[in-house]
Design a protein around this ligand. Structure first.
Ligand SMILES: Cc1cc2nc3c(=O)[nH]c(=O)nc-3n(C[C@H](O)[C@H](O)[C@H](O)COP(=O)(O)OP(=O)(O)OC[C@H]3O[C@@H](n4cnc5c(N)ncnc54)[C@H](O)[C@@H]3O)c2cc1C
Length: 296
């Protein structure tokens, strides 16, 4: 059975790996030039910023086993069992991609065909979509109403490098302020020690209200907030903002994926089950198992 997977984030690669481990040969289409989706690390010369997911956690054995082999613990508060990719967040998915046929730089729009779908000019008997929910509604308009209950919130992220380490806890979070998360990226394992890189996230409310502001305005505002929280700030050597339009699920679908009535397309992603990378993993695994149960 020929299978296309749209998206090379955690959902797509968790799915593709399980299929490949069972003798299938899915073709993965990814619009960007790299793996990982929101498990992302921005490189600017010597600077490294994990500007998407900050860390991952595991509740189930399946994802825990993956993390035990392919992640490192990061315990900024000395308590929680958090994991990060090393040396970058997308190293959490890179091992899944080994040997797979991945077509980068391909932003695809699947088209229905007789007995299947056409994706990127190729025919497939089954397709699996792992794009964010709003984009899935655009790609599969017939299924849009079934996904209407899902809610996803944006997140403005500040990436800032200081000449000297500020006197501030390595990690700080408080949901009710305009900056909901501050973390010293440099404190994560296998990140360069200098320059000192930090990440701050704007709150859900601030991000929603200021979704369409210019990047520099968001950057200046978040930097001002950070400065006022730190009291004094060391010299800033780099600062930039990144907007995640579809960052975190606030109301998930409640099932691991949905299937089109003809059963030729499966639609999933983290937003089916929650807001975390493990939800993406579980959605991908469930879609792979669904296809493995179909006789060729
Ligand atoms: C700011 C932020 C903080 C977060 N913090 C945490 C955290 O602390 N812990 C945690 O567990 N999770 C966190 N998350 C959530 C976590 O990153 C996601 O749950 C997970 O990465 C989702 O994986 P996915 O594969 O479902 O989606 P994505 O990572 O979004 O992957 C979808 C992929 O599809 C590609 N794509 C989209 N459209 C097309 C198209 N038409 N054609 C081809 N390719 C396409 C995209 O380029 C992308 O690579 C955070 C996310 C953000 C943004």
């Amino acid at each position: 059975m020929s299978i296309a997977i749209i998206g090379a984030g955690m959902t797509g690669l968790s799915c593709a790996r399980l299929l490949a481990d069972h003798g299938r040969a899915p073709v993965v289409f990814e619009k960007s030039r790299g793996l990982g989706g929101r498990l992302a690390t921005k490189r600017i010369d010597a600077l490294r910023f994990d500007h998407g997911a900050q860390f991952v956690t595991a509740r189930g054995d399946s994802f825990r086993n993956h993390l035990n082999t392919h992640a490192a613990p990061w315990r900024p508060d000395g308590a929680n069992e958090w994991f990060v990719g090393i040396p970058a967040m997308n190293d959490l998915v890179k091992p899944l991609a080994k040997g797979l046929d991945i077509r980068f730089g391909e932003k695809v729009t699947p088209q229905r065909a007789e007995n299947g779908w056409t994706v990127g000019g190729m025919f497939f008997e089954r397709i699996i979509s792992t794009v964010p929910v709003a984009q899935a509604q655009d790609l599969f308009p017939d299924m849009a109403a079934a996904l209407d209950t899902v809610r996803v919130t944006p997140c403005w992220t500040l990436m800032v490098a200081f000449r000297k380490t500020p006197e501030w806890p390595v990690m700080w979070r408080k949901r009710e302020t305009d900056l909901s998360w501050i973390a010293r990226n440099t404190s994560k394992p296998q990140r360069p020690a200098e320059p000192d890189c930090w990440i701050a996230h704007a709150s859900q409310r601030w991000s929603e209200v200021h979704l369409e502001v210019d990047k520099d305005i968001a950057k200046d505002h978040m930097l001002d907030l950070l400065r006022s929280m730190l009291g004094t700030t060391p010299e800033v050597v780099h600062a930039a903002a990144h907007r995640w339009r579809y960052a975190l699920t606030t109301v998930p679908l409640g099932v691991s994926h949905i299937t089109t009535p003809d059963e030729k397309a499966l639609i999933g992603g983290d937003w089916c089950l929650g807001a975390r990378a493990e939800d993406a993993w579980n959605s991908g695994q469930a879609m792979a198992r669904a296809l493995l149960s179909v006789k060729d």
